[in-house]
Ligand binder design. Structure first.
Ligand SMILES: [Zn+2]
Length: 68
């Protein structure tokens, strides 16, 4: 299921909306990482989605590639 997700580019600071496919998340209390290219500066943003035990998304961090 696709969920609209507002994120902010960690490189250029531009805010935009993307879609999070919650079926990617699977189950368990863990983080799912996806890569989204910023539509403004085209740099790859690492999105770390924190999920609860039922696979529900709790929050998302937008990180630079090198932030680990
Ligand atoms: Zn950007």
């Amino acid at each position: 299921m696709l969920e609209p997700l507002a994120i902010e580019c960690p490189y250029c600071g531009e805010g935009f909306e993307t879609l999070f496919d919650s079926s990617e998340g699977g189950f368990g209390d863990r983080a799912v990482v996806t890569i989204e290219d910023c539509y403004v500066c085209c740099r790859p943003i690492t999105l770390r989605h924190h999920l609860d035990a039922s696979g529900e998304r709790l929050s998302t961090d937008a990180l630079r590639d090198s932030d680990g």
